[in-house]
Design a protein around this ligand. Structure first.
Ligand SMILES: Cc1cc2nc3c(=O)[nH]c(=O)nc-3n(C[C@H](O)[C@H](O)[C@H](O)COP(=O)(O)OP(=O)(O)OC[C@H]3O[C@@H](n4cnc5c(N)ncnc54)[C@H](O)[C@@H]3O)c2cc1C
Ligand code: SF4
Length: 572
């Protein structure tokens, strides 16, 4: 029999960016909030003087323990899914701050096109442009409606950046100036301008200068230490939930965080949640936390999984296309880039930051004509300098032996003579790409794992080939002696790392028939359950997701406050 605790106003499942933002916004308005986080406590001091690539980047110190809980994957419904037993394609965060602690900090706003993707595609190219099984739909919100929330997220995090001429209109400039422009980034800029493209400095959560945010949180400037992606920041310069929103919530005295608390079910009577059931993983004790409002902020996979395990909402059925929980899983197309080798030039690659780079959007969204192309949407194209990590970075031209004297000579020669230009390609949802519960594999508690059914489509192959050509052209213009274009996209392979940008499963929209949550992320089928994260995205864009996910979190917090004030009902 589970121990039952006193009721609180709100219980949050997972304390990453989503959970931290919701907690700070609700506690500032006087609500009592409990945050249940399955991982451990984290603080900036944990990272003092530990630039240890093996520990963090290769042995995944900050990531979810896959021996206890993982995902299963299959490429299509006719094959059996197998569990991801070691990290590959994407990494999963755990612990206070979630993946927000070890992210890079690329902080984009999705394009206006993204939010109205179906209407705008049909308007410009006609219905026929959208393949029959591509399930893109409008998000039930426009960029203009979301703009104030983007601004709120950027001000809280202190995003460093400059105007992007091809993006949606901004109400205010970025709160801090762009990061430093390294020599290779100047080369990218000049080359892009010669081609009449529109480069801009990557919007960065690494902080170009010391900054105090509207909540009174002060942080130091980035030191370009280069140990950023997959690491926590020892200076507190990288915006993460632990150094921004969580302390704001804690200061109110109304936020209680319980770490080592694995939520296993959402408890509900009919369509109204009554709280959650969780296990204290240090003792094995089962505990019931009653609450008026339940907020899922446990990332794409567990947001979907908890709803399916709890039998809340209508599960998606790929055969009929009906149901919504698990629908529109999407990933990203990262294999559309190019590498340039420079015989007569060396670069200092050791200084870098998680979100130091230069980007262009001339081939992103619908910023270019797709009339004669066999794909929709596109990719952001960028050159970044995240720091040359000695174990993992070893660029050599194709044809170099992979071992021995010649490999060593080429490695030493090219370590500082290689630049890459990458493309982050949008991923469209298809009827047969979805999430559901695995019938075979279970976690350490005996609960079914979430199962991914996904593969790359012809749309993705066409997109990768197209963007790789553009990346190659840029490197030629930048003066590379040799350019390798990497635009061949095979079947999706879960083994090599690609992108931790999973989306969908609990998507937002204007109608309960086609979406799981409304544009305040309130469940259509359970009015006191809000589901926050990239799980709400109807498709994945040509950018990193967290800027958009952060904006939606602020919007959701506003919705929860409205719901709480009105004492019930749908806020839309
Ligand atoms: C290496 C890396 C680099 C990245 N770089 C970028 C970038 O540059 N730009 C960008 O936009 N995005 C980036 N991302 C993605 C970004 O980190 C995520 O979009 C963001 O952190 C998601 O926030 P979230 O709050 O939705 O989920 P998370 O950060 O995953 O937080 C969810 C929390 O819920 C907890 N949880 C899950 N299940 C349960 C449960 N059952 N009970 C209790 N707690 C639970 C987890 O432990 C976790 O702490 C990167 C990700 C990785 C891994
Ligand atoms: S690169 Fe900058 S933001 Fe990233 S960890 Fe180092 S100091 Fe922090």
């Amino acid at each position: 029999m589970a121990k039952k605790l006193p009721k609180v106003d709100v219980v949050i499942v997972g304390v990453g960016w989503g959970g931290g933002i919701i907690a700070s916004e609700l506690t500032k308005q006087g609500l009592n909030v409990v945050g249940l986080e399955r991982g451990k406590e984290r603080k900036t001091e944990d990272y003092f003087m530990v630039h240890d690539e093996l520990r963090y980047a290769l042995r995944y110190e900050l990531m979810q323990d896959l021996s206890k809980e993982t995902i299963t994957f299959r490429s299509k419904t006719s094959v059996r899914a197998l569990p991801m037993r070691s990290y590959g394609s994407f990494l999963l965060g755990t612990g206070l701050g979630g993946a927000g602690v070890h992210w890079n900090g690329h902080t984009f706003r999705f394009l206006p096109y993204d939010f109205e993707i179906r209407s705008k595609t049909v308007e410009r190219y006609g219905e026929k442009k959208i393949p029959a099984d591509m399930t893109i739909q409008d998000w039930g919100i426009t960029y203009d409606q979301l703009e104030p929330y983007f601004d709120k997220f950027e001000r809280m995090a202190g995003i460093s950046g400059e105007e992007n001429p091809l993006a949606g209109k901004r109400s205010k400039p970025y709160p801090t100036p762009p990061m430093k422009k390294m020599p290779s980034m100047k080369m990218f800029e000049e080359a892009a301008k010669k081609k009449n493209w529109h480069p801009y400095m990557l919007p960065s959560a690494n902080l170009s200068e010391a900054y105090t945010n509207p909540d009174g949180i002060s942080r130091a400037a980035c030191q370009y230490c280069g140990f950023c992606e997959r690491f926590g920041c020892e200076y507190g310069a990288k915006a993460d939930p632990v150094v921004t929103v969580i302390p704001v919530a804690q200061k109110t005295g109304k936020f209680e965080i319980r770490t080592h608390s694995q939520v296993r079910r959402i408890l509900h009577t009919g369509n109204k949640a009554t709280g959650v059931l969780y296990t204290d993983v240090t003792t094995g004790e089962e505990i019931e936390q009653p609450a008026d409002i339940v907020v899922l902020t446990s990332y794409v996979f567990n947001n979907t999984r908890l709803l399916l395990l709890s039998k809340l909402g209508r599960p998606y059925d790929p055969n009929t296309g009906k149901g919504v929980i698990g629908k529109n899983y999407a990933y990203q197309v990262i294999r559309g880039g190019a590498t340039g080798f420079f015989e007569d030039r060396e670069f200092n690659y050791y200084a870098g930051a998680g979100a130091l780079g230069i980007v262009l959007d001339d081939f992103n969204g619908d910023n270019f004509d797709h009339k004669d192309l066999k794909f929709i949407h596109g990719a952001s194209i960028s050159h970044t300098m995240t720091g040359q990590r000695p174990i993992q970075t070893n660029p050599v031209p194709q044809g170099t032996p992979s071992w021995g004297k010649d490999f060593k000579a080429a490695s030493l020669k090219y370590i500082n003579r290689t630049l890459s230009v990458g493309a982050q390609g949008a991923s469209m949802p298809f009827r047969h790409h979805f999430l559901d519960l695995d019938p075979t594999y279970k976690d350490v508690f005996g609960d079914p794992l979430i199962r991914i059914t996904f593969d790359f489509e012809e749309q993705d192959r066409q997109l990768a080939a197209f963007t790789a050509e553009r990346c190659g052209e840029l490197l030629q213009e930048m003066g590379a002696s040799k350019v390798e274009v990497n635009g061949k996209l095979g079947p999706y392979d879960i083994v090599p790392y690609q992108s931790t940008h999973n989306t969908g499963g609990v998507i937002m929209g204007a109608s309960p028939d086609t979406s799981a949550v409304n544009n305040y992320l309130q469940m259509w089928d359970a009015e006191n359950v809000f589901v926050v994260g990239a799980s709400a995205f109807g498709h994945n864009s040509g950018y990193n997701p967290t800027g958009t996910m952060g904006a939606l979190s602020y919007r959701c917090a506003e919705g929860i406050l409205k719901y709480h004030k009105s004492g019930g009902g749908m806020v839309v």
